[in-house]
Design a protein around this ligand. Sequence first.
Ligand SMILES: C=C(O[C@H]1C=CC=C(C(=O)O)[C@@H]1O)C(=O)O
Length: 468
Amino acid sequence: MTTEFPAPRLSALTLPLSEVPSAADFARDPDVRRLLASEDPATWIMRGRGLVGLGRAASFRVRGGTRFTSARVWWDAVSQDAAVMDRVDRPGTGLVGFGAFAFAPSSTVESGLMVPELVIGTSDDAAWLTLISDGTAAPTPGDVDAAWQRLARLAPTGAGGAGTGRGAAAGAAASSYPTAVPGALDEERWMAAVADGVGMIRAGELDKLVLARDVVVDTGEPIDLGAVLGRLSDRFATCWTYCVRLGAEHDAPGGAGRLLGATPEMLVRVHRGTASARVLAGTLDRQDLPEGANPEDFAVTELGGSEKQQREHRFAVDSLIAGLSPYADEVSGGEHPFILALPNVWHLASDVTARLRAGVDGTLPSALELAEAVHPTAAVCGTPTETAGAVIEDLERMDRGLYAGPVGWLDGAGNGEWGIALRGAVQLDGHTARVSAGCGIVAESDPRAELAETWAKLRPMLESLPAR
Ligand SMILES: C=C(O[C@H]1C=CC=C(C(=O)O)[C@@H]1O)C(=O)O
């Protein structure tokens, strides 16, 4: 089912930031985290670089098994019809959309794309503004300036808060976190589901399964989105802080709500014909570090040295490579996982790169096409994929919605970055959020240890929400 169709006619103008007079203050410190106090931002941020979208020029929402294809058809039509003047010309300039896709084809939750009115982009060596308007009248530099003045709310530099000037509350994790009420399954029933999954794996029905659970948090006060995103992006510097709202402000259930979080896992990125991914599977909770032990040594021994964790990781890498290979001349990486240290956990990680091959029509696959091709990897589903998907539906007893689906951005040239929506939440209303986390299950998995691991993965989001 599709809403908000057909594709609108859009016009876009991208200018270097230096050419927008009213953005001069931002240009002195072009850290996109300073924009998080703006109303309803769409974000894709790592270390203060990335994309922030403000306002809304167009959106597309869809449900079901054809959600990716429908979104691609819509996006192709929008980008082909758009009148684009791009003075910067790099991934993330010109026409840009943000999007999120439900984990499962059976989900009743909407997937889709949204096109902001103003996109602010920064990379290590460039900064730009793109104004996107509905209609054929080409935006002028004066329109970009006016849109910045209307939409951007800039936190001052040097007012505290991890150097990004959003005030002390933004930088620090909340000292305590709000009460989390079990969602679909309480802890005992979820552990029983894990035990069932282990039984099926031991019986040879499948090799690996990722089982997730959800908790619902009522913060008791309005969620300050800018502060939450600020905490996430400051604390999880090596993760991508994402935020996207596809539908109306608070339209759950059935609507998508607002999806936000900080994911360490890159499903697939395409920049100018090269695809890359960061595959994660295998986890160690930092709270398990014995007193006096060296953290790096502990991670290397417990994670790197564990046959169980390595195998769990290998399934995820293999599934990514299998999904990517038909689109690539060459795929490299993934032979020697490394340890990724995050503030809450260590992960086994593999970076994979692919040189993309043109299809029969002579064009390279787009980031969204590849996201569809590789989703769901065994980092969030299992092996074999279809069996695991069916077992997940059976055992989890919940609709994952946007959790563990692709989230990210795309441009009109086929570039884009799609992370996996992990370590995040769906904001259900002004003060309530649904937070989900899951674990890879193999034959040796212990339900109680897996439950503890879900808490380690829930913590980043819970600690970033205001406590009652
Ligand atoms: C499914 C999640 O994590 C995945 C990513 C990294 C490590 C994982 C693990 O060790 O089980 C999971 O595969 C989650 O955070 O909800």
